[in-house]
Unconditional design. Structure first.
Length: 228
């Protein structure tokens, strides 16, 4: 790959939490619970300005099911506090083979935040996760009713999943560090099967329980899409 091609690919992925210009296109004939704040955005779901560029995407309505975007295994489910109240997070590791991808990083993390502990406490380290498996329901950050409901979803490219370390602060904020992990736009991974259009629109692929995903590349959508 040429230097120019590598630079263009990094920009499309949003390496460094940079805006990619990628936009979701929901399928005709369906009503989807949509994304409300995109990757590297400075505007939150409530219209206020963030203090830093958004490290993932937000979406969903209160009570919506959240589905695993691809097969993988549980790295951890844990309690945390980002300053809005106690909540829970879930980290899933996907291999390139899990996602039927011939190129790209050897592994990917999916991190889900603003979950309820009662929804994720059942998960155990190393547990296998199926594509489309329900992993929780959309809640409000910290179960605090003064905030709008959302699930926060981050994607990382990962070279070495064994290089993970955990940090916990006095306020209960717990998070992981991995020097080989790099944040990317989830829409990039949602666009791997159908491709990313020249105008940077990404066709969202809902999860259907009766579909064959044995050759599907990348991620399916994590939120509900229902026929009109």
């Amino acid at each position: 790959m040429t230097t120019t091609a590598r630079t263009e690919l990094a920009a499309l992925k949003g390496i460094g939490v940079k805006p990619t210009g990628l936009k979701p296109v929901y399928p005709d004939g369906f009503v989807c619970s949509g994304l409300t704040s995109l990757y590297a955005s400075w505007i939150d779901v409530d219209g206020t300005r963030r203090s830093e560029a958004h490290s993932g995407v937000d979406g969903g309505k209160l009570g919506d099911t959240i589905r695993a975007p691809g097969p993988g295994r549980v790295v951890a489910a844990w309690k945390t506090n980002f300053g809005w109240g106690q909540e829970a997070s879930l980290l899933i590791l996907h291999s390139r083979a899990d996602l039927n991808m011939s190129g790209g990083a050897p592994h990917y993390y999916s991190e889900f935040d603003h979950l309820r502990w009662n929804d994720v406490k059942r998960f155990r380290e190393g547990e296998h996760i199926e594509r489309g498996q329900v992993i929780g329901r959309v809640a409000t950050p910290g179960s605090n009713r003064s905030y709008l409901p959302e699930v926060h979803w981050e994607i990382y490219e990962v070279d070495d999943p064994d290089g993970i370390e955990w940090v916990e602060k006095a306020n209960g904020l717990k998070y992981f560090l991995n020097k080989t992990a790099e944040l990317i736009d989830p829409l990039y991974m949602l666009g791997q099967n159908g491709g990313i259009r020249a105008d940077k629109r990404v066709d969202i692929a809902p999860f259907f329980g009766d579909a064959d995903y044995s050759r599907f590349k990348g991620f399916t959508y994590i939120l509900p899409c229902r026929p009109r």
